[in-house]
Each structure stands twice: as structure tokens, then as C-alpha cells.
Design a binder for this molecule. Sequence first.
Ligand SMILES: [Zn+2]
Length: 206
Amino acid sequence: MLRRFPAFAVTMLLAACAGHARVAAPDGALPPVPMLTRAQWGAKPPTGPMRPHTPTRITIHNTGERSRPDLPLDQKLRALQTFSQRDERMSDGGMHHAWPDVPYHYYIDIKGRLAEARDWHFAGDTNTTYDPAGHLLIVLEGNFNQERPTPEQLATLRTMVSWASTRWRIPADSLAGHRDFARTDCPGKNLYPQLDSLRAMLRAGH
Ligand SMILES: [Zn+2]
């Protein structure tokens, strides 16, 4: 059916769809939902060099710790950065070696609020064995083997995935969960199955 349209008409239709559904900022450079910036949550500078990269994938994580609904978002980010930037023994007995900054690029808390994490121009970090270069890392607050992502969290995740897919031209098949790349439960059994509907959403062009 699309073949009956002149090419320019199809292009205009696609542009209109993308403009309506995905992009709020004129150039799509910023997420189309309110975001607590690094300056607003009081981020410290990175403690060392990071690897420049260009996102070609979107990879979803959970924090792996039970959510803290009453904690202000800025406190959550500062606590994550403090953990990230120092060596620390983890609850499973393994050792976390200090990273230059928080490992993820965007953080969605249990109330669906968005915070800027690591500058997306630089590859993230991990305690597991995959190479996160090229991965845009979005983390949701919670342990989704034990609890469920909230509707507000999933709504922000949908918006972010849709925006990022357009922003970096990332196809639906390049959206995945941490466990698709490394030996981990992340993002948890109650979030991982939701990724199918996110991929379907992207394939439908929203
Ligand atoms: Zn993860």
C-alpha cells in the first residue's frame, strides 16, 4: 500500500509521526520529559578518563536494590555516585572497583522521575563481563526479581526508549536487557519480559 504514495509523501508522513510521537525538543537533543540534570543533583566530576562512544544500542538495567520511594531523587543519584567512585565489597562478596562516574546514562526512579547520570558521550561501566561501549544504559530503580516496576516508571521508560531510538537511530532489535550480554539476572524477571512490548512499540514507529 505504501508503494502507491510518492516517496516524498511517505517521507513527510514519517517525519510527522516522529515529530508528534517522539520528539519534544526542536532538535530532539534532550529527553522529552523533565529531567534532573547532573548540576541539579550535585554531581561530582568524573574521577578519571572515560571512553568516548556513540550509542548504537539501548540496554536496560535495574539497580538490583529494593526501591526507596521516600528518598529524594537527588539523594539517590549522589548515593549511586558515591558507591560508583570508590572500591567497595558488594553484598554477593565480590569486589566493586571504583569507576570514574555512575555507570549508567539515565536513571528512572520508582516514581517515574528521570535523572541524567553519566554523560552519554562516554561508555558506561559494569561489574560484569560485557563491553558497554556503544550501549546507551538506562537503569530503573528497584530489584525486579522481588518487586515490580511501577506504571509511572514504565511510562517514562517508554518515552525514553522511543526518544533514544529516534535520537541515535537505534532499531528495535538493538534494544535489550543486561542479561542478554552477561551472566546476570538484571533487569530482573518482572522487567525483562516488558522489553518485548518496547521493541514492538519501536517497530510500530512510536
Ligand atoms: Zn544491569
